[in-house]
Design a protein around this ligand. Structure first.
Ligand SMILES: O=C(CO)COP(=O)(O)O
Length: 256
């Protein structure tokens, strides 16, 4: 049984006080939601305020990144224990913006995934093709490679703890989402890869779609049984639109 999972990636937005205000509004709006897993991923500095504000809420808190070492001389980095100490459950790993602007490699993504799992954090691993790769018909090849690399060396029993977010790069922040058919077909291909890696895990692992998800189009995605939810950027930055996305995922039945 895979429960729908909607996570908000705030990226480099919201000061700690703005973040507190946002989740203060959000928790009231979704207080009746009991069949969707919900998470927000603020910037590191806003995490304590958000954790505090959400103490009495079902909304989980995640980070947008972490380093793959326990501690030490790594100026500017944040360790997994720093996240678990704040009771965080999730951590986004390998977002395309980190891969593009901060040159994060598949190898680093894999190190981070393994370290997160070792420390009891649930990684949300982002994969996706560029426009050029899509136009060259290399979408499935690209995401297959990223999934193989990310899950390399992960124990079979840990694979269902991972969420994969399929985020085509050309759909991020552009207002142009993938079609539900395209998204479902690529996500099916990811499930096939997961099955190759660990037979049976493809039924348990949650795979989200991300890229210009809004309240008006989330139903097109969540209605596909292979799509388990969404990683939401822009629409997670106001309580109203994020609650709008979450509420459209309620009452989805036992098919997942
Ligand atoms: O990158 C994303 C989430 O991680 C998607 O961002 P948008 O929803 O703004 O397109």
């Amino acid at each position: 049984m895979r429960r729908p999972f909607i996570a908000g990636n705030w990226k480099m937005n919201k000061t700690p006080s703005e973040a507190r205000e946002l989740v203060g509004e959000l928790k009231d709006m979704v207080s009746d939601v009991d069949d969707v897993d919900m998470a927000v991923c603020p910037t590191f500095v806003a995490v304590p305020a958000v954790v505090d504000e959400l103490e009495d809420s079902d909304i989980m808190v995640g980070a947008q990144n972490m380093y793959w070492k326990d501690s030490g001389s790594f100026t500017g980095e944040v360790s997994p224990q720093m996240l678990t100490d704040l009771d965080l459950e999730h951590v986004i790993i390998g977002h395309s913006e980190r891969r593009e602007y901060f040159h994060e490699t598949d190898r680093e993504v894999n190190m981070k995934v393994r370290k997160a799992l070792e420390k009891g954090l649930k990684p949300i691993v982002c994969v996706g093709e560029s426009l050029e790769e899509r136009e060259e018909g290399r979408t499935e090849e690209k995401v297959a490679f990223q999934v193989w690399s990310a899950l390399s060396g992960v124990a079979d029993e840990d694979i269902p703890e991972v969420t994969i977010a399929y985020e085509p790069l050309w759909a991020i922040g552009t207002g142009e989402s993938a079609s539900p058919e395209e998204a479902a077909s690529t996500i099916d291909s990811i499930r096939d890869i997961v099955e190759d890696i660990s037979p049976g895990a493809e039924e348990k692992i949650r795979i989200q779609y991300g890229g210009s998800v809004k309240p008006h189009n989330i139903e097109d995605f969540i209605s596909r049984t292979t799509i388990d939810g969404a990683l939401v950027g822009g629409a997670s930055l106001t309580a109203e639109s994020f609650a709008g996305v979450i509420k459209k995922c309620q009452n989805r039945g036992p098919n997942r």
